[in-house]
Design a protein around this ligand. Structure first.
Ligand code: FES
Length: 168
């Protein structure tokens, strides 16, 4: 569910001086505070109006950068690398472990809104594959136990424990 109000979105833009050059920062803040890890259409329309940026340009940005989503996602987006090196080190099993631990399929979000599972291409940590990305953090050398621990941390919103398992 969206946590943002119009007033808050106006304040975010104001914090950047309502400067259209700060569009990406504004959209990132909106997404971070959204409560559903996405930029909803109504906020894109508001940003367009206040910053004077065409709505089509805002959607160009939202669709160009992988970090953005226009669809509701979980608080923690787990991206499982599917590229060849990780494929050979066991991404198939890793995907199954995440699906079992989170009790959802890839492409879905848990009912509590905490976790979304996605596939991604190489995230640059092939040497510790199979690897996944959660937010800006990479986790590698994944075992079933580690996958369960990661999912538990995300479910419980335990970022301290989550970051202690991080490899970058
Ligand atoms: S192939 Fe998975 S991190 Fe590079």
């Amino acid at each position: 569910m969206s946590k943002l109000t119009e007033d808050r979105v106006l304040k975010i833009m104001n914090g950047y001086g309502n400067d259209p050059q700060q569009l990406i920062s504004v959209l990132l803040d909106i997404q971070t505070e959204s409560g559903n890890n996405s930029v909803e259409q109504k906020w894109a329309v508001l940003v367009s109006r206040v910053l004077g940026v065409p709505l089509s340009k805002i959607y160009d940005v939202l669709t160009f950068y992988a970090m953005f989503s226009t669809k509701s996602r979980g608080e923690y987006v787990i991206e499982i690398c599917q590229s060849t090196p990780c494929h050979f080190t066991g991404t198939g099993k890793v995907t199954e472990w995440f699906e079992a631990a989170a009790e959802i399929k890839v492409g879905e979000t848990t009912g509590d809104g905490m976790i979304s599972l996605f596939r991604t291409s190489c995230i640059g940590y092939c040497d510790i594959g199979p690897a996944v990305k959660i937010g800006d953090n990479v986790f590698g050398n994944l075992t079933e136990e580690k996958v369960k621990a990661l999912v538990k941390c995300c479910r419980e919103n335990n970022t301290a424990e989550l970051y202690s398992l991080c490899q970058n």
